[in-house]
Each structure stands twice: as structure tokens, then as C-alpha cells.
Design a protein around this ligand. Structure first.
Ligand code: ATP
Length: 254
């Protein structure tokens, strides 16, 4: 990870009519990091993400990606980012291989579809249709589709919601691999264990503002420094550890 800002957001505001959903936020995402956007429902995370992805208009402020202004270089920015498609984009009668070929065609690039499926542990499902996949497999497939245009920055909105503990861990590994291969990853999540394990830095949003931004470690240390103590002594394992030790950690045929 570097401290070169690949995304730079300055005084970003978004109004929906009278309602101000994003209230003048500023932050940088560094090249090569996994950056987490956290916060309660309605905090403004998806709005912020979609503005950066050039999918939603901002009301004011500036956003630069790799030095390019989203207001002026939308097309160039779309080429360099990977965004998860909504499930509705996956034509029901096509197989996974056919879908990857279709999306590659849209970007006008050649993709080794089997290699891509292998990288997300779905080579066995190459001839399956999207609707025949389990929740975890759908998520893995949708992450694979974000990689087709070899993006520099990848945006994942709640990538592990609804997944079982193994599937979540496997997706964490996949996201780390994507980062280790040189991409910058921006994710939103409601799971604090996920943010702690996965994110190099996190921004906490509440009611349209950023109320904290740092590494998970530093945020935890700051809280402890205020005298915070957990009420109950924490055991060395929790129920999730029990579940994982009973059912295994590998990718299974979900
Ligand atoms: P969640 O964790 O529930 O996904 P979020 O942090 O992603 O929430 P947003 O989806 O960005 O929050 O919404 C922020 C606020 O803006 C909410 O109060 C929401 O109701 C409002 N909002 C979002 N989209 C619109 C829209 N298209 N029109 C009007 N209000 C909107």
C-alpha cells in the first residue's frame, strides 16, 4: 500500500430534493489498499460510492480518480473501474462462460473465461446458469465480472451480505488476492469483523458525514485509550469459530 491518493473526494455533497444525504465529505483512498466505507443504514455510503462510480450525479464538491475529474472524464473513468452488476443484468438463459464472453465483448476485449471462473472457484459451474448458483457462488461470479476489464479500482457494495462464514472467508481471500495483484478495492460492509480483518483503512459515515477515518487498529487503540473496556470477558473462541471448526474452511459445493 502507498499513500498516493488514487481516489480523492473533496467537500462532496448530495441532496435529494430538500434532504441532504451527503453533507460535504472529504477523503482519499490510497493506491493498492482495501478501503472500507462503514456506517448505519441510510448513512450515505451507497450514494457516495455511486457518485464515485459515475453512476449518480453529485450536487457539489469534486471527485478525482487517478487524477481525472469525474465530471469531465466519465468515459475514461468507466474504463478503469470495476463495478458489480445488479443480478438483473445476468441474462437467465446464458451459462457463466457465455456471460463472461458477452461482458468481454461489451468491453471489446478477449477473456479466458475458464481461467476467470477458476480464479473464483467456479470452474465446475462453467455450464451452469446464473440462477442455478447458490448465494455465495453468485457473489463470486459477480466479483469475477468486475475483473473482466482489468480494472485499477474495484467497488464492492456489501459483497458478503447473506453468505455463510466459509463463503465470507473465501470472498475475503479473493478480495485480498485482487488487492495483492495491484488493484485498489473500495467496499461497503455492515460486518465489523469483516472490516477489521479485510480493510487497510476504514471511514465511518453517519448521517451524511465522515465521523472517523483510520486503520482498524488505530481506531480500536483510540477507543481503548479513552478507557473503554468490554463488559464481558472475551473467550478465546466464539460460536463462529465452533461453526468453522465443525464444518471446515474450504470452498465447498455450496
Ligand atoms: P444502507 O446501509 O441501508 O445501504 P447507505 O449508507 O448506503 O444505507 P444510501 O443508500 O446512500 O445509504 O442513502 C442515504 C440516504 O439518502 C437515505 O436516507 C436514503 O433514504 C436517501 N436516498 C438514497 N437514494 C435516494 C433517492 N434516489 N431519492 C431520495 N432519497 C434517497
Amino acid at each position: 500500500m502507498t499513500t498516493n491518493a488514487i481516489i480523492s473526494v473533496k467537500d462532496l455533497k448530495k441532496n435529494y430534493g430538500e434532504f441532504q444525504a451527503v453533507k460535504g465529505i472529504s477523503f482519499d483512498v490510497y493506491e493498492g489498499e482495501i478501503f472500507g466505507l462503514l456506517g448505519p443504514n441510510g448513512a450515505g455510503k451507497t450514494t457516495t460510492l455511486e457518485i464515485i462510480e459515475t453512476l449518480r450525479e453529485k450536487s457539489s464538491g469534486t471527485v478525482h480518480l487517478a487524477g481525472m475529474d469525474i465530471s469531465k472524464n466519465g468515459n475514461a473513468i468507466k474504463q478503469m473501474i470495476g463495478v458489480q452488476l445488479q443480478a438483473a443484468g445476468y441474462y437467465p438463459s446464458l451459462t457463466l462462460v457465455e456471460l463472461i464472453k458477452l461482458f468481454s465483448g461489451l468491453y471489446d476485449i478477449e477473456t479466458d473465461a475458464m481461467k476467470m471462473l477458476r480464479s473464483v472457484g467456479l470452474e465446475d459451474k462453467a455450464k451452469a446458469k446464473y440462477k442455478e448458483l447458490s448465494g455465495g457462488q453468485k457473489q463470486r461470479f459477480s466479483i469475477a465480472t468486475t475483473l473482466i476489464n482489468k480494472p485499477t479500482i474495484i467497488f464492492l457494495d456489501e459483497p458478503t451480505t447473506g453468505l455463510d462464514p466459509q463463503a465470507r472467508r473465501n470472498l475475503w481471500d479473493l478480495i485480498r488476492t485482487i488487492r495483492d495483484n495491484g488493484a485498489t478495492v473500495v467496499i461497503t460492509t455492515h460486518y465489523m469483523d469483516e472490516a477489521e480483518q479485510l480493510c487497510d483503512r476504514v471511514a465511518v459515515m453517519e448521517a451524511g458525514k465522515i465521523i472517523a477515518l483510520d486503520t482498524p487498529d488505530a481506531l480500536i487503540d483510540n477507543l481503548i485509550a479513552t478507557g473503554f473496556e468490554r463488559k464481558k470477558e472475551v473467550k478465546k473462541a466464539n460460536l463462529e469459530d465452533v461453526f468453522l471448526s465443525l464444518t471446515g474452511q474450504e470452498w465447498r459445493d455450496e
